[in-house]
Design a protein around this ligand. Structure first.
Ligand code: KPL
Length: 297
């Protein structure tokens, strides 16, 4: 029997992975950080046979998947620090960059892995999860750990799971994709597809890709510079009917992940001494939009 899996951040994507692992026979537990959410999870527990535990419990966590918002990863993992040891493995699966090293500094006991997922999931209603799009799950380690012993379980449970030796380049490409699609469509209030079909938005995409290609050429991922725009356009086409996560956050009055996406890029640009005025302007524009909409929801 494989080690039990714990999941922090049981939104749509976290719950989809819980269901995947459960269907392959893994023992899956959702970790709640707040009291009072038991009843909602109890209904889900009947559907997926998934357990609930609280962060404050004491049993050891051997396998942990973290699917919170990027700005919440450090707090989420810290809340179960007393349950993690040097034989624990933690898989980080949030958008953006920067939090991976931050959390490893804050909670240094476990081994960390990253997962880049292109699965789509959303809630039809409070307890009914829809698997909206089949994608891939690329696993890897920015600390150069070898493939873990639970990789075969993931490959059985989650179709399209592969081990990525150069996960850092894959993370950079995903960062660029989010840095282009999320703020432009959030500011325009549109589905992703309009970024290819609307001439004004499409020009914004082209200009930002050009700026980020120049930054990529100066980075450790320079081999990706020439393909950035093609990759971004492909994801726009493949997710044409999506409203991106940043737009959903704005509409729900939640904080966005702008600091861990375009904010991280601005910091990298400063470090590499490359000017990124379009990207920097998007950070400010989203921060203002967030401030304006906070009180309205
Ligand atoms: O990851 C996404 C997001 O919305 O955060 C994309 C790929 C842009 C899909 O909407």
């Amino acid at each position: 029997m494989s080690e039990p899996w714990h999941i922090l951040g049981a939104g749509a994507l976290g719950s989809l992975y819980a269901a995947f692992l459960d269907s392959a026979g893994a023992n899956v537990t959702i970790v709640e950080r707040r009291a009072g959410r038991q009843s909602k999870r109890a209904t889900r527990k009947r559907e997926f046979r998934i357990n609930t535990s609280y962060a404050t419990d004491h049993s050891e966590i051997k396998r942990l998947l973290v699917v919170t918002k990027s700005y919440d990863v450090v707090a989420a993992v810290s809340s179960v620090r007393h349950r993690l040891t040097s034989s624990s493995d933690v898989v980080l699966m949030s958008n953006g960059s920067g939090y991976q090293h931050e959390v490893a500094r804050a909670v240094s006991e476990p081994r960390y892995f990253c997962c880049l997922s292109t699965e789509g999931a959303n809630w039809r209603c409070a307890n009914q999860l829809i698997h909206a799009g089949t994608g891939t799950s690329r696993l890897g380690s920015i600390y150069h750990h070898p493939p873990p012993d639970w990789l075969p379980l993931w490959q059985e449970a989650i179709p399209g799971t592969c081990w990525e030796e150069d996960i850092e380049s894959a993370l950079w490409m995903k960062l660029i994709i989010n840095a282009v699609i999320n703020p432009i469509s959030a500011l325009a209030g549109t589905q992703n597809g309009e970024l290819n079909s609307d001439p004004v938005l499409s020009t914004k995409v082209a200009n930002l890709c050009k700026e980020l290609s120049a930054l990529t050429s100066a980075s450790a991922h320079r081999q990706l510079a020439d393909t950035l725009e093609t990759e971004v356009r492909k994801v726009i086409a493949g997710t044409a009917n999506n409203r991106c996560s940043m737009l959903q956050d704005i509409e729900a009055g939640r904080p966005t992940e702008i600091e861990f996406i375009n904010g991280y890029i601005s910091a990298e640009a400063k470090r590499l001494e490359v000017a990124t005025p379009l990207n920097d302007a998007l950070v400010s524009a989203i921060a203002s939009l967030e401030a304006d909409t906070k009180g309205l929801t």
